[in-house]
Design a protein around this ligand. Structure first.
Ligand code: NAP
Ligand code: GLV
Length: 313
C-alpha cells in the first residue's frame, strides 16, 4: 500500500514517522512537486492541485481537518482536480471536540458573568457591580449540529442555560431544542442571546452571519464564530457592534488569515480575536483515526466521515 502525505507545517517529518509507525508495511512518503509515482491514499492539508493530477488509482484523500472547504473550493474552480474514483474523508472530532467545548464554554461563561466588562472596569480602576444576567434568559444558539456543534451544545446545556441547535436535517440532541432547515432559521434566531457558529463553509452557508441574522437576535447579543471567516459579513458585524445590536464578539476565523494588520476588527472594542486555534488538528489522534480508516478500506469495510462533495461537507 502506497501513501502520500502533504503537510506543509514544519512538523511534516513527525507526521511521516507517526503515520508510517501506525501502518506497518505501508510505503509512506512525503509528496514533493514532480512526484507522480503511484499512490493508493493521500493524507493532505491544503495540498496543491498537482498532487492529485493523473492519479486514477487513488482510493481516498484524507483531509487533515474537519472542514473541507479549501479542498472543495479548488475542485469548484478547477473541476476534476480530485480524482473521481477517490473518496474524500474529513476528520471526525479526533480530539477537536473537547477543544471546541473548552473554547465555547469559556467564551459563553465569560459573557454570562460579564467578565469581559469587569476586565475593562479593572483597567480603569473602577469597583462597580453590574446587574447579573439570568441564566434562564441567556439562550445560546449553536449553528451546526454536526460532530462539533452537537458536542458544544450538549456541554453548554449542562450549565443550565437554554440551548438551541440548527442544522439542515432534523437532529435529536439531548437537552437541546433543535431547529432544521431554512424555514425554521428565524425561529431559531428569535431571542437567541449568544450565537455560536459551527457550520461548514459551503455556498449555502457563505455570509450567513449577516445584518438580517443579527437583527433577529436578542438586543445586545453576542457572536462567537468558530467555523470559517467566509460565514461572516465583516461590515455587518462592525455595524451591529456600533449600534449595540451585537454587544461583543469572539472570532477565531477570518476571511484572510492571518488577519491583516489594517483590519478594523483589531481596533474594535469588545471584539476578541484568536488566531484559528479553537480546535487544532492533533497529530496522535488524527493519525490513529486515519490509519484505522485506511486499514478498514483495505479490508473492504465501510468507513464514516466521507464527504458528500455535491453538498459541500
Ligand atoms: P459536520 O459534522 O459536518 O457538521 C456540520 C453541521 O452543519 C451539520 O449539522 C449540518 O446539518 C449543518 N449544516 C450544513 N450545511 C447547513 C445548512 N446549509 N443549513 C443548516 N445546517 C447546515 O462538521 P463538524 O465536524 O462539526 O465541523 C464544523 C466546522 O467547524 C468545520 O466545517 C470547520 O469549518 C469548523 N472547524 C473550525 C475549527 C477551528 O479551529 N476554528 C476546527 C475544526 C473545525 P446536517 O446535520 O443536517 O447534515
Ligand atoms: C480547522 O479549522 C478544521 O477544519 O479542522
Amino acid at each position: 500500500m502506497k501513501i502520500i502525505l502533504y503537510e506543509h507545517h514544519t512538523e511534516a517529518s513527525l507526521w511521516l514517522d507517526d503515520l508510517a509507525r501506525a501502518l506497518p508495511g505501508a510505503d509512506v512518503r512525503l509528496w514533493q512537486p514532480g512526484d507522480t509515482a503511484p499512490a493508493d491514499y493521500a493524507v493532505v492539508w491544503r495540498a496543491p492541485p498537482e498532487l492529485f493530477a493523473n492519479r486514477p488509482d487513488l482510493k481516498a484523500v484524507f483531509n487533515l481537518g474537519a472542514g473541507v472547504d479549501a479542498i472543495l473550493e479548488v475542485e469548484r474552480k478547477q473541476p476534476g482536480t480530485l480524482p473521481p474514483s477517490a473518496l474524500l474523508v474529513r476528520l471526525e472530532d479526533s480530539g477537536m471536540g473537547h477543544q471546541m467545548v473548552e473554547y465555547a464554554a469559556h467564551t459563553v461563561l465569560r459573557y454570562l458573568r460579564r467578565l469581559d466588562e469587569y476586565d475593562a472596569l479593572q483597567r480603569e480602576h473602577r469597583w462597580q457591580k453590574l446587574p447579573p444576567f439570568a441564566l434562564k434568559d441567556f439562550t445560546v444558539g449553536v449553528l451546526g449540529m454536526g460532530v462539533l456543534g452537537a458536542r458544544v451544545a450538549q456541554a453548554l446545556a449542562a450549565f443550565g442555560m437554554p440551548v438551541r441547535g440548527f442544522s439542515r436535517s432534523k437532529r435529536d440532541v439531548e437537552g437541546v431544542r433543535t431547529f432544521a432547515g431554512d424555514e425554521q432559521f428565524e425561529a431559531f434566531l428569535d431571542g437567541t442571546r449568544v450565537l455560536i457558529n459551527l457550520l461548514p463553509h459551503t455556498p449555502d452557508t457563505e455570509g450567513i452571519l449577516n445584518r438580517r441574522t443579527f437583527e433577529r437576535l436578542a438586543p445586545g447579543a453576542y457572536l462567537v464564530n468558530l467555523a470559517r471567516g467566509g460565514h461572516l459579513v465583516d461590515d455587518d458585524l462592525l455595524h451591529a457592534m456600533q449600534t449595540g445590536q451585537i454587544a461583543a464578539a469572539t472570532l477565531d476565523v477570518f476571511h484572510t488569515e492571518p488577519l491583516p494588520d489594517n483590519h478594523p476588527f483589531w481596533r474594535t472594542p469588545r471584539l476578541t480575536i484568536t488566531p484559528h486555534i479553537a480546535a487544532e488538528t492533533l497529530r496522535e489522534e488524527s493519525i490513529e483515526q486515519i490509519a484505522n480508516k485506511i486499514m478498514a478500506l483495505a479490508r473492504g469495510e465501510p468507513i464514516s466521515g466521507i464527504v458528500d462533495v455535491k453538498r459541500g461537507y
